[in-house]
Design a protein around this ligand. Sequence first.
Ligand code: NAD
Length: 276
Amino acid sequence: MWLSSLFWLAHCNPNSALLQFHGLGGKVKETIKKAAQTVCHSTKSIALTGAGISVESGIPDFRSPGGLWERFNPIEYSTIGAFQANPEKVWRMLQEVSHLLARARPNPAHTGLGRLQELGLLHTIITQNVDSLHQEGGATRVIEYHGNTRTLSCLWCKQRYKADELGGQIPPECSCGKILKPDVVFFGEPIPTRALQESYELVSTCRVLLIAGTSGEVAPANTIPEMAKKAGATIIEVNVEPTVLTEYVTDIFLQGKASEMMTKLVSEVESILVKN
Ligand code: NAD
C-alpha cells in the first residue's frame, strides 16, 4: 500500500480552472468566498486530512527537514517487519511520537472542521492522522484511515488494550509477555477494511472534497482525491504549498496555514448562512 502511486495523475484533467489564493487582498477574499459558497451548496462534503493539519498543534510532519524520518529511517522503524523483528527498537521511535501526541491540542483547523460538521455541512472527515485531534476538536464522524494510538494490540495473542489502562510503561507489554503495537497502520500493513470500504462509498458519492495538509504522496490515501474528482466532486485544497494534487485535481486552492484558511472559510460559511 505504501508504494507511491503517482501513476493516476496521467488520467486526470490538467485543464481544470484552478482558483488560487496566494495572499493577494481582494483575490483572497474571492477565493475563500467561492470555497465557502461551494461548501454551503454541496449536498455531501467530505474532508481528507493529513499530517499538515496537525503541524500547528505541535506535531511536525515526519518528512520535512528536522522531522522524525531524518533520525529514524522509516524502513528500520516503521515497517511491520521491523516491529515483528525488534519491537523494543521500534518503540524508541514510538516513544518520541507518544510524547508529541500527549502534548498536542486541536488547533483552529480541527475545530473549524468540527464546526462544519456541527452546522451539517461536512458529512465525514477521512484522516490519515493517528492523533485523535479531530475528535478532540469536536468532530463526531471521523474515519481513521491509518488507525489511532488510543488502543494497542498484541500481534502474537491478539489481545487488545486501551492505551490509558496500560499505566505508561514503555514498551508496553501484553499479559502474554510480548510487546504491544499501537493500532496504527505500519508500512506493509493493509488499511483497516472498514475504513477502506466506508471511505470508498463516501468519496464515490460526494459533491465536495475538502483536502487539508496532505502531500498526496502516501498511497492508497492519495487515490481518494482522484476518486472524488471522477465522481464529479469539486476539490478544495488547503496547503502551505502546492502539492502533486494542486495542478491536476484541485479546483480551488487555498494556499496558507490550515488554521488560518479554515478559520476564514468557516467564518465565511457562517456569514453566508446568516444572510440566507
Ligand atoms: P505529509 O507529511 O506527506 O505531508 C504534509 C503536508 O502538509 C505537506 O504537503 C505540507 O506542505 C503540508 N503542511 C505542513 N504544514 C502545514 C500547515 N500548517 N497547514 C497546511 N498544510 C501544511 O503528510 P501526509 O500526506 O499526511 O502523509 C504522511 C503520513 O504520516 C500519513 O500516513 C500520516 O498518517 C502520518 N503522520 C501522521 C501524523 C499525525 O497523526 N499528526 C503526523 C505525521 C505523520
